[in-house]
Design a protein around this ligand. Structure first.
Ligand code: PGA
Length: 260
């Protein structure tokens, strides 16, 4: 099963995950991190920036982003090219040449998925993939109904996702209708999945992904097909778990050598 770690706050989650990533990077400076956008991973990036301030060198790390909007210019402040540069590449001191984001240019979108898959394959894949979950259960931008075998491709955003993301734009109409996203099959190739969820608004989605049936209707449930998954939630997001007490027990009794 996925390991489920319940912590008090998003900040505590960020510290826990960043410590683990820092240890992996110290061990393997050419580590490959799968990065996500949205609010959820921000505490991890903040904690990684503190690790950097304390001496961690991330300049050898390669990063692959999960997704991008289609049709937003790369220099638009809410394009994921811009968001990743602002929230990840610059504060963590990554080498921009090693940071990859899918090509959301509408003129070249027909081949963008294939090109991103080829880049991932040529690099040798992702060691640790950070993931958030949408209130509709999506991971990356794989909306409900996405094939569990899907690869990087164009998707049409649901009304729920566009409404959830409207807070980043001046008006809801400005949220793009399409995106390019790593597929569920792509995500499942990463060596370790770290799925984060914070706040009561995510309680249903994360409980369904972890404890419900594996189904394309809940793309987050794909984590049940992966052999190394860590789910890190705060107390509010843990409210929907049936087995919360068991997860706490397991984590409290975890052998120290196992790490995350
Ligand atoms: P959020 O989005 O982190 O901004 O809540 C998560 C997601 O849509 O995957």
């Amino acid at each position: 099963m996925a390991e489920v770690v319940i912590v008090d706050t998003p900040e505590a989650a960020g510290t826990l995950v960043a410590r683990h990533i820092a240890a992996r990077v110290r061990d393997e400076p050419a580590f490959t991190l799968g990065v996500a956008t949205g609010s959820t991973p921000l505490p991890v990036y903040a904690a990684l920036a503190r690790e950097r301030a304390a001496g961690l060198d991330l300049s050898g790390v390669t990063a692959f982003a999960l997704d991008e909007y289609v049709g937003l210019p790369e220099d638009h402040p809410e394009s994921y090219h811009s968001v990743i540069r602002r929230e990840v590449t610059e504060p963590l001191g990554l080498d921009p040449a090693r940071v990859h984001v899918p090509d959301g240019d509408a003129a070249t979108i027909a081949t963008a998925g294939e090109r991103y898959e080829a880049a991932l394959d040529a690099h040798g894949g992702v060691d640790l993939q950070l993931l958030g979950i949408g209130t509709d259960g999506h991971v990356g931008f794989n909306e409900p109904g996405s094939s569990l075998a899907s690869l990087t491709r164009i998707k049409t955003l649901t009304a729920t996702t566009r409404a959830d993301n409207a807070r980043f734009f001046d008006s809801p109409d400005e949220v793009p209708t399409h995106c390019i996203t790593q597929g569920i099959g792509t995500i499942l190739r990463a060596g370790h999945l770290v799925l984060l969820a914070f706040g009561s608004g995510k309680a249903d989605a994360i409980a369904t992904a972890v404890e419900g049936p594996i189904t394309a209707s809940v793309p987050g449930s794909c984590i049940q097909l992966h052999r190394h998954v860590t789910v890190v939630v705060d107390e509010a997001a843990a409210a929907g778990f049936e087995r919360a007490e068991y997860y706490r027990w397991v984590y409290e009794h975890k052998p120290a050598w196992q790490g995350l």
